[in-house]
Design a protein around this ligand. Structure first.
Ligand SMILES: Nc1ncnc2c1ncn2[C@@H]1O[C@H](COP(=O)(O)OP(=O)(O)OP(=O)(O)O)[C@@H](O)[C@H]1O
Ligand SMILES: O=C(O)[C@H](O)COP(=O)(O)O
Length: 395
């Protein structure tokens, strides 16, 4: 069902409390190493301030545990980053619902922006605490959720805060709206052939995604380390590869359920050490010798996967095909990314690492949509519904 968006509400002279996902990576000097999540929230932010609204942004950063105030979890660098992107001052409150936040909210003028400190510095955020939510809700006239990466969470700012703003407008931002449009439409109304490519480290992270997509897709291609658990399930030899022995039975069930739909690698690029300059060899899938570990899909698999992608009308990709951070084991991931970039299919890239890979390889502009959500995009591909979105106003 379509949700009311931020552009559907009159914000002039009003205070908007917007949940964003500014959970950005920081280096040791607290520089933001990838500001994509801040940039992707700009359309909603601008929509409010350009129409004379007063904007309070709230987010979490990382998973602080009892270390409130620790600079490595502070949202302060995002205020400077956003200020540069907007070319205007962005105020920063050193707390969430304390004296500094209250004073800065009261001082906000039309067209100005304030960022509150990390919501998770307050225990109430993860607990969904009503008093904490009530204090945040009291700041504003309008609630907006533009935090796609956090939509699968039921933290206070995602659920209890909009619930506490009963009677006031509760809307989605442009980013959440766009992400849902791509990720849920791909599943509900895919143009066929619909091909999913799943990789990454663990089968256990993606069991529900594989299960759900096997019911919807025409082909599900499996790469990454999780392919070795499937190889083991087929009675193959996996040498020293990363495997999840307790998931072998489940892999057998998925192989049986998938039939021809499930495509596993036919060869493996392996090495005798987890490093770029190890001794390498390409072997048939399930024939990895002792002393070697699988680090990428092999060239035959890359070709097969690329051909399958070429014939697709919809492609969803989550998780790299190998250890793409360590050349030459980035070749399988590159081949798949290149095939997606070359294809005319609607292409959706989900997951933190696949998004990073497509960016790193320079193909981000040649795909239809790169999700800002890791866990949230997986949850959508599993077919989950989000309480944080369901409770917002209908259009
Ligand atoms: N054959 C392999 N052996 C060991 N590690 C591998 C292998 N193939 C892929 N990986 C690693 O898996 C990691 C990515 O897996 P992950 O499941 O986290 O992917 P993702 O879903 O795209 O990302 P995220 O979890 O951040 O959303 C990468 O760091 C990559 O190096
Ligand atoms: O990076 C993410 O996936 C989101 O910001 C959610 O973070 P979380 O997994 O710590 O809730």
């Amino acid at each position: 069902m379509a949700k009311k968006t931020i552009e559907n509400v009159d914000v002039a002279g009003k205070t908007v409390l917007m949940r964003v996902d500014f959970n950005v990576p920081l280096d040791d000097d607290l520089n933001i190493t990838d500001d994509r999540r801040v940039r992707m929230a700009l359309p909603s932010i601008k929509s409010v301030i350009d129409r004379g609204g007063r904007l309070i942004l709230m987010s979490h950063l990382g998973r602080p545990k009892g270390d409130a105030g620790d600079a490595k979890f502070s949202l302060k660098p995002t205020a400077a980053c956003l200020g540069k992107l907007l070319d205007q001052d962005v105020a920063f409150a050193t707390d969430t619902v304390g004296d500094d936040a209250k004073a800065k909210v009261a001082a906000l003028e039309d067209g100005q922006v304030l960022i509150l400190e990390n919501l998770r510095f307050n225990d109430g955020e993860k607990k969904g605490d009503a008093a904490f939510a009530g204090a945040l809700a009291a700041f504003a006239d309008i609630y907006c959720n533009d935090a796609f990466g956090t939509c699968h969470r039921t933290d206070a700012s995602m659920v209890a805060v909009p619930e506490a703003m009963d009677g006031k407008p509760k809307v989605v931002g442009f980013l959440v709206s766009k992400e849902i449009q791509y990720l849920s439409d791909a599943i509900a109304n895919p143009q066929r052939p619909f091909v999913a490519i799943l990789g990454g480290a663990k089968v256990s992270d993606k069991i529900n995604v594989i299960n759900n997509l096997l019911g919807i897709c025409d082909k599900v291609l499996i790469g990454g380390a999780m392919a070795y658990t499937f190889a083991l399930a087929q009675g193959g030899q996996v040498g020293d590869s990363l495997v999840e022995k307790d998931k072998v039975e489940l892999a057998k069930e998925l192989i049986a359920k998938g039939g021809d739909k499930l495509m596993l690698p036919v060869d493996t690029h392996c090495g005798d050490d987890f490093s770029s300059n190890c001794n390498k060899q390409v072997v048939k899938a399930g024939e990895i010798p002792d002393g070697f570990e699988g680090l990428d899909i092999g060239p035959e698999s890359a070709k097969l996967f690329a051909e399958t992608v070429k014939s697709a009308k919809t492609v969803v990709w989550n998780g790299p095909m190998g250890v793409f951070e360590m050349p030459p084991f980035d070749e399988g991931t590159k081949a798949v990314a290149q095939a997606i970039a070359d294809s005319d299919a609607t292409s959706i890239i989900g997951g933190g690492d696949s998004a990073a890979a497509i960016q790193q390889l320079g193909f981000a502009d040649q795909v239809s949509h790169v999700s800002t959500g890791g866990g949230a995009s997986l949850a959508m591909l599993e077919g989950q519904e989000f309480a944080a979105v369901n409770l917002l106003d209908e259009a």
